[in-house]
Ligand binder design. Structure first.
Ligand SMILES: [Zn+2]
Length: 131
């Protein structure tokens, strides 16, 4: 399983897609699964309490170096997901990835290419332009 490629996963999703072949069905499930990811993260904060959010305006300026940014800019997260929350968040992300793959299959979008292009974009644009 550790050498599973995105392409293999996308093919696997394609075989399971018989019940969700409609673009409209897949779009709505994709959106729903995204909301479920957010919900699982929020429950880690408000119900479990293993992570907390402590947020304020980011002290950002455009010509910051990478190192300055790493030290100054925060994630606003304190703590780490406990085992249960890690499992819940991971599982919801997996479902979201399933429907993303399904969407890719229906529209002939190759996710491996998507990742490849996004990675190229990351190395070309650099840290501050990824928003
Ligand atoms: Zn937790």
């Amino acid at each position: 399983m550790n050498s599973l490629t995105l392409k293999q996963f996308q093919d696997q999703v394609s075989e399971l897609l018989l019940r969700h072949r409609s673009l409209l069905d897949v779009l709505s499930k994709f959106q729903q699964s995204n909301a479920a990811v957010n919900r699982s993260v929020i429950k880690s904060i408000t119900e479990c309490g293993c992570i907390e959010v402590n947020a304020a305006k980011q002290a950002y300026y455009p010509d910051m170096t990478m190192e300055e940014a790493r030290v100054t800019l925060g994630t606003h997260v304190e703590g780490h997901l406990c085992e249960n929350c890690m499992e819940a968040v991971s599982s919801e992300l997996g479902t979201n990835l399933f429907y993303m793959s399904a969407l890719g299959n229906i529209l002939d979008v190759n996710l491996e290419k998507v990742v490849e292009n996004e990675s190229k974009k990351c190395s070309t644009l650099g840290f501050f332009n990824m928003s």
